[in-house]
Design a binder for this molecule. Structure first.
Ligand SMILES: [Zn+2]
Length: 300
């Protein structure tokens, strides 16, 4: 059987292990997007954001490459930390320094947490940055009052002038999907293990809505989460009798079509088998600790 290819367009790899990278590559995950988000506790200084953004475009991208996974990221001020307005102002000023670097495919993840005035200001300023530079936007929808949060996220983005094909609304569920698809934006779904949005429910959503503009991701991070949620959901869809072409779209090519609009993804390279050279270094750093480096010979 030919191995299926997957794209997980929302995963926080900085919080994951090399075992995860190995398991993901083995399961067929070929590319990931790591959105900038919070650390589980609030940052206290702008310097923490500088180093974090630098690691997303630097070390983490290298680390992924060492396991044959193409790593892209998004840059943005998350909604929770938008509420520290003094710090938020400094971070917003910092964003253009990172948003145009190689491998950055969108402004994100931005949007609402508690739907406060401060979140509104940060969201609008970042939408404006995206609109001015013709960039994609990845939106985190709130876990509370989700339906209103989603409708408002789309409305505000539309008012700022973000074309709907540049807008990805994430963390959807059965109650929000139509509000996103009807407007013409991309609807992403995060598969959380043992909770509200699991793989079985995803199968039913795809059965009902088909593949158009629907994207599956894991949002795996430092919490209880599953870095293999995308391949797991794909296999469950196939077992459930969903057309393999639809499964391929929602777990690979839709995310690619959406984020390749950034011009930052080498689409042809993803068609080829990845080659890995673990003898390379990032600065002075290697992912190895004395192990024999894996060096794949290019396939001719
Ligand atoms: Zn996230």
């Amino acid at each position: 059987m030919n191995q299926l290819r997957f794209f997980d367009p929302h995963i926080h790899m900085s919080s994951r292990t090399t075992d995860d990278y190995e398991a993901m590559a083995k399961a067929g995950i070929r590319a990931v997007i790591e959105p900038a988000f919070w650390l589980g506790q609030p940052r206290t200084q702008v310097g923490s954001f500088i180093d974090y953004f630098a690691s997303l475009v630097g070390w983490e991208r290298f680390r992924a490459s060492q396991f044959g996974i193409a790593h892209y990221c998004t840059i943005g001020l998350n909604s929770k930390e938008a509420n520290n307005e003094g710090l938020a102002k400094e971070v917003l000023e910092l964003l253009p320094r990172f948003a145009f670097k190689e491998g950055v495919v969108a402004i994100g993840e931005i949007g609402y947490d508690e739907i406060t005035a401060a979140e509104d200001r940060a969201y609008e300023a970042q939408l404006q940055l995206a609109a001015d530079n013709d960039m994609m936007v990845m939106v985190h929808s709130p876990h509370r009052d989700k339906k209103n949060g989603v409708i408002r996220s789309v409305d505000v983005a539309a008012n700022i002038g973000i074309p709907m094909e540049h807008l990805v609304i994430d963390h959807n569920n059965e109650e929000t999907v139509e509000s996103v698809l009807d407007r013409g934006a991309w609807a992403a779904f995060t598969i959380y293990p043992h909770t509200k949005m699991d793989s079985a429910r995803m199968v039913e959503i795809v059965r009902k809505y088909g593949a158009e503009r629907i994207i599956v991701d894991s949002s795996a991070d430092w919490g209880v989460s599953d870095p293999l949620a995308v391949p797991r959901s794909a296999h469950l869809m196939l077992e459930g009798g969903i057309d393999p072409e639809i499964v391929e779209k929602v777990t690979f090519s839709n995310a690619l079509a959406a984020y390749a609009q950034s011009g930052q993804i080498d689409v042809e390279a993803l068609d080829k088998a990845p080659t890995v050279d673990q003898s390379t270094l990032f600065g002075d750093s290697s992912v190895l600790r004395g192990q024999q480096p894996r060096i794949d010979q290019p396939v001719i």
